[in-house]
Write a protein that binds this ligand. Structure first.
Ligand code: 8YV
Length: 331
């Protein structure tokens, strides 16, 4: 690759990151932040040495197979790489990288915010003061939520973010339970006082709050299927800051509408950016708290994600392996 690789960035990035990229690369930025369409992606991949996509770009096998001979790296601005066909890239000898670790704490913070916001009706209460009918003052039985202290939290996916969520939840007095492909290290379990559930079904049936923190892969599509969602207690709350496709959203909505699930806190949706109208109606009633995929939306995270992208590009440009390489076996 040229020392100054031709890098195409599909979305607007923090100023500091863009400035550094201008210094280091022959870079094409996206000033007006208009999301790339499929043709834009195909054109960029036909001529670039490096593509820097985000979660809003679907980089599938067809686009990768049609990519130009220069394309050596797809440096995802994001931790999750479900938007990229990693196996197809690998087959073409194109590196794929992501931006792990730098957004873990912020994403865990937002997960806790939703674990608090849904049972404690925070958004609904805040909205009340802005609504038509003004607040008539305190009342003993009004806006009552559900205590989370002492309740059981079931974490689906005990990776970096799952562990960071557990650490915070423990401080809130939640009992930590988890299901994961493989058991966490004993030291982690002891630190968190965490109980491992080999059976996801069994765990779902015994939790007060369930938090989805696993990656979205072909194996986790509708991991929380209609059948599994039925196992949840009617008093349970469901939180998702991972990917919408991990939950059968239609089945979840029907349980919420029928009162067979107490509530949900959602930062991601199965058909993003489309948010199901029924969820919006449930939000108006305070039954769910909805956020626009902003779990890692801090200036610090986004700058550090950009810095990781830059390091991955520079390593590949100098003929080395990028530190945040994603292999097909990892997804
Ligand atoms: C990113 C995320 O902002 O990193 C992820 O996987 O979902 C978000 O933190 C988004 O993916 C940007 O591509």
């Amino acid at each position: 690759m040229d020392k100054k690789p031709f890098v195409v960035v599909t979305r607007r990035l923090p100023d500091r990151v863009e400035a550094r990229m201008r210094e280091l690369f022959d870079v094409r930025l996206n000033g007006d932040d208009r999301a790339y369409g499929r043709d834009d992606l195909a054109r960029a991949m036909a001529e670039a040495d490096v593509l820097v996509p985000t979660v809003t770009d679907r980089i599938d096998a067809e686009l990768i197979e049609a990519a130009g001979p220069r394309l050596k790296l797809i440096a995802n601005f994001g931790n999750g790489v479900d938007n990229i066909d990693v196996a197809a890239a690998h087959a073409r000898g194109i590196f794929v990288t992501n931006t792990p670790n730098v957004l873990t704490e912020d994403t865990a913070d937002m997960t806790l915010a939703l674990i608090l916001a849904a049972p404690r009706r925070i958004v609904e209460g805040a909205g009340y003061l802005l609504g038509e009918d003004r607040w008539a003052g305190w009342s003993p039985t009004w806006m009552l939520g559900h205590r989370i202290h002492g309740k059981r939290l079931g974490i689906v996916g005990m990776g970096r973010i799952g562990i960071a969520v557990a650490r915070r939840a423990r401080a809130f007095g939640l009992a930590i339970h988890y299901h994961n492909r493989k058991r966490a290290a004993q030291a982690i379990e002891e630190e968190l006082g965490a109980t491992y559930w080999e059976s996801l079904d069994q765990m779902l049936a015994h939790m007060d709050i369930v938090s989805v923190n696993c990656p979205y892969t072909p194996a986790t599509f509708h991991l929380l299927s209609a059948r599994r969602l039925e196992l949840l207690r009617p008093s349970a709350f469901l939180v998702n800051t991972a990917r919408g496709e991990i939950i059968d959203e239609d089945a979840m909505i029907r349980l919420l509408e029928d009162g067979r699930l107490a509530g949900a806190g959602l930062d991601v949706f199965e058909h993003e950016p489309k948010v199901d109208e029924r969820l919006c109606k449930l939000a108006e009633k305070g039954r769910v708290v909805l956020l626009p995929h902003m779990s890692s939306a801090t200036i610090e995270s986004r700058i550090e994600m950009g810095e990781k992208v830059i390091i991955n590009i520079r390593m590949v440009a100098s003929g080395d392996r990028p530190p945040d390489r994603v292999l097909p076996s990892m997804v």
